[in-house]
Write a protein that binds this ligand. Structure first.
Ligand code: AMP
Ligand code: MG
Length: 407
């Protein structure tokens, strides 16, 4: 059986980035830029005032006071119509373009209006350029402002607006089809009859997908029968990834691998040496230039969650063009030993991870939660990490160091 690391390598090999596409700026948050973006203008686009005040020639205020004639007033959105000449000034608002002839701006707080057309200024003799931001001092037209491969955050969205990029070219959000399988499954709104349980995985996997900034496409529940599975899986193969839950173990109704094979999905691995989630299935299909990665996660909710965190999330991120590390793994000290771990598989064990003071130094600590196994989703609700226990038997004491994968 292959290891988690080997399986992850196989997944990442298949997880090619999606072809770039233009999207409206309002849809670009969280996407990766696929092309450099250059500015179509200088910033600022003109010499602009950084304060509300009076644009003057510096010689007029050489003594620190002056009475000047007001030529005009320039509000935001307006442009100057007159040059500032000796003995005159133009009233100007923050951000407005400087009139020709002016060399500095005196803040409005240093001005006393004498009448409609006259003002007295009293300030230190100004230096040329005072309170002025020179055209192009942030960047120049044609300059590269955001390099390709940047993950776009809110500030990038603002910057793209400033430089006139209304439809950036990005890696599109991966479309992730989600299909739960199982005759026993009913929806959250239903009351399960004997033998039935509610479908936790479908909505949970959709929520996990949204959180990775991908688009979930919920395909409902497939019955454990060939025709229904074929029909719904075929629909799911239209997406960039298809995530199934259930039906990949060794039971008589575990039909998913055979239907996937029938529909042309090449198996890359089935079963990984991990707990929970060993029966996980992974494959890929390429048809008419479109690649779909297919994950069959075991049906127990915690197995599904762990399979998603270990393999599906990194695959989505790579297809979205992100080059971040597949997992955030930290070293942390066990807080509530002794804890005995045994088994022949790498185990991902729910825990809470906090920063805490250990002997004066700030360190991360993990508290193992009282977990009942792969059907116990409730305990996972409190967890923010999975402690990674290597295969084998060992008793861990309080203060022992372990790896923890942050959720
Ligand atoms: P399977 O992987 O199909 O053998 O399912 C393993 C266990 O997980 C069984 O107890 C199923 O009832 C349960 N299970 C399967 N699918 C889901 C689901 N969507 N939500 C919650 N539990 C599930
Ligand atoms: Mg099943």
């Amino acid at each position: 059986m292959i290891t988690v690391d080997a399986a992850l390598r196989l997944v990442l090999e298949q997880a090619t980035p999606l072809a770039p596409a233009r999207v409206p700026l309002g849809h670009a948050l969280g996407c990766v830029l696929a092309d450099d973006v250059a500015s179509d203008l200088d910033s600022p686009p003109w010499d602009k005032s950084m304060v509300d005040g009076y644009a003057i020639r510096v010689a007029d205020l050489a003594t620190g006071t002056a009475e000047l004639e007001i030529l005009e007033e320039i509000v935001a959105g307006a442009v100057p119509t007159r040059s500032v000449v000796p003995g005159a000034t133009t009233r100007i608002m923050t951000g407005a373009p400087l009139p020709p002839g002016s060399e500095a701006v005196v803040m409005v707080e240093r001005a006393e209006l004498l009448d409609e057309r006259r003002v007295r200024l009293a300030d230190k003799p100004p230096r040329p350029g005072q309170n002025i931001l020179v055209r192009g001092s942030s960047f120049r037209r044609g300059e590269r402002i955001i390099p390709r491969d940047t993950l776009l955050g809110p500030v990038h969205i603002g910057l793209l607006c400033e430089v006139g990029c209304a439809e950036p070219v990005v890696r599109p959000r991966p479309r992730v089809a989600i299909l739960s399988t199982g005759n026993e499954l009913v929806s959250a709104a239903e009351t399960p009859r004997p033998g039935q349980i509610r479908n936790s995985n479908g909505p949970m996997l959709a929520a996990l997908t949204s959180k990775v900034n991908a688009t979930p496409i919920e395909l409902g529940v497939a019955r454990d029968e060939l025709a229904d599975l074929r029909r719904r899986i075929a629909a799911g193969l239209e997406s960039d990834l298809l995530v199934l839950s259930g039906g990949v173990s060794a039971g008589v109704l575990d039909l998913v691998p055979s239907v996937l094979a029938e529909l042309g999905v090449a198996q890359i691995f089935h079963k990984v040496n991990l707990k929970p989630g060993k029966p996980i299935w992974f494959g890929s299909r390429e048809a008419a230039g479109h690649r779909t990665l297919v994950f069959g996660l075991p049906g127990n909710p915690v197995s599904s969650l762990v399979g998603f965190e270990l393999f599906v999330r990194p695959a989505i991120e790579r297809r979205a063009g992100r080059s971040t590390a597949p997992h955030s793994i930290v070293r942390a000290l066990i807080d509530n030993g002794p804890f005995t771990q045994r088994g022949d598989r790498t185990t991902y064990y729910p825990a809470t991870c906090d920063s805490a003071a250990h002997g004066g130094a700030a360190r991360l600590s993990v508290r193992l939660l009282p977990w009942q196994g792969s059907a116990d989703l409730r305990t996972l609700a409190a967890a923010n990490a999975l402690v990674v226990f290597p295969a084998g038997e060992r008793t861990y004491a309080t203060g022992d160091e372990v790896d923890a994968l942050l959720l």
